[in-house]
Design a protein around this ligand. Structure first.
Ligand SMILES: Cc1cc2nc3c(=O)[nH]c(=O)nc-3n(C[C@H](O)[C@H](O)[C@H](O)COP(=O)(O)O)c2cc1C
Length: 367
């Protein structure tokens, strides 16, 4: 049996952790499909996540799901800020479970990159004005690094309120039945905006030194941990590098990973970029070095690191695991193209399709 398709366990602070049927993860991917602009997931999320669950993934992550309405990237994003949202997610989680996959939710706040048009082919680009149902985005500083309408700088009081809303969202995610929770601290959204010196120009206790820039992230991790069961894995997604001079670096990521691990984060996904235009490397596995840096720094026992970024071939994914660069593989665009990516991987690695293919599709040839 390949490493990629062998069962793994996502560690948790207490208990035995979360068993997964294999080490493949569906990447969190915005679907811009909330029809009423109310943050409630629709049948699109059921079909999108459900198809990848029946397609063999070990765990499927929801798209970035906002902790408050103003935290949505676009007005068409999902959220989890009311009991109605909890109820709307439940049947989706249940279906994912019925297909043998685990269900993970990515909690997010878009910060200065909120209130933008959906990234769909026929949509406008840039900031949605208030006249068209948008809102004024909020960020650590009123800075133009986002290339969007200038956001308002958050007051310390508002920062405190936001931390509390992350805790409430975590509690709702648990009530909805999610097995794992990922804090979105990547891609130039709110948490990352505090981390990066390029987007954080604050002069109070939330800006300047490394200790001050990580304060908001540590407060959120602490609050989420308080509201999320210790038996369930808590994950975080970092941009390991800004890839820009004077930006957030992998050395800082490694240090922060160590700190949040001590606060109860056990699962780490390493992405990059998001502050300004992407200037990093491209090509297959372009972010694996970042995963490896975090993997090497954390204790092997009790932590789990996933690699992401143009990992499209099963043999490449397998080689990353065998080399010890990461413990799991997150697949994005290749899984948009092929919901059955994990079943195909099993066939390509010689494990056979029988173990993963949905019984309704047993006559399909996944070779
Ligand atoms: C349509 C689309 C939507 C995305 N939305 C999110 C998101 O909601 N949260 C997130 O952390 N990353 C998001 N990403 C980034 C992916 O999770 C992933 O990191 C990226 O696509 C690189 O992996 P890949 O080369 O396998 O696609 C999105 C990517 C795409 C293509």
């Amino acid at each position: 049996m390949s490493r990629l398709l062998s069962p793994v366990t996502l560690p948790s602070v207490e208990g035995d952790g979360l068993p997964l049927r294999n080490a493949t993860f569906l990447a969190p991917m915005c679907q811009y499909s909330v029809t009423e602009r109310d943050g409630l997931p629709t049948s699109w999320q059921l079909v999108h996540l459900g198809a990848r669950a029946s397609g063999g993934f070990g765990l499927v992550w929801t798209e970035a799901t906002a902790v408050v309405p103003e935290g949505r990237i676009s007005p068409e994003d999902t959220g989890i800020w009311s009991d109605e949202h909890t109820e709307a997610w439940k049947p989706i989680v249940d279906f994912i479970h019925s297909q043998g996959a685990a269900a993970g939710i990515q909690l997010a706040h878009a910060g200065g990159k909120a209130s933008t048009y959906p990234a769909l082919p026929d949509a406008e680009r840039g900031t949605v004005p208030e006249s068209a149902g948008g809102w004024i985005a909020e960020a650590p500083s009123s800075s133009d690094v986002f290339g969007l309408a200038l956001p308002a700088a958050l007051s310390v009081e508002k920062i405190g309120e936001l931390v509390a809303s992350w805790g409430r969202a975590a509690r709702r995610a648990h009530e909805a039945g999610f097995d794992a929770l990922q804090i979105h601290a990547a891609h130039g959204y709110l948490l990352h905006e505090f981390l990066s010196p390029r987007s954080n120009q604050r002069e109070d206790e939330y800006g300047g030194s490394f200790e001050n820039r990580i304060r908001f992230a540590l407060e959120i991790v602490t609050e989420v941990r308080r509201n999320w069961p210790a038996e369930k894995p808590l994950a975080i997604r970092f941009s390991g590098e800004d890839w820009i001079e004077g930006g957030w670096t992998i050395a800082e990521t490694v240090e922060l990973a160590t700190r949040v691990h001590k606060l109860g984060v056990t699962v780490f996904d390493l992405s990059s970029g998001g502050i300004g235009a992407f200037t990093g490397p491209t090509g297959p596995g372009y972010q694996v070095t970042l995963a490896r840096a975090v993997r090497e720094a954390l204790p092997q026992k009790g932590t789990f690191v996933t690699a992401v970024g143009q990992i499209t071939e099963a043999r490449h994914a397998e080689a990353i695991l065998v080399a010890g660069d990461a413990d799991g593989i997150t697949v994005g665009r290749a899984a948009l193209a092929n919901p059955n990516w994990a079943v195909h991987a099993a066939v390509q690695l010689g494990d056979g399709q029988e173990q993963l293919v949905a019984p309704q599709y047993w006559r399909a040839s996944m070779a």
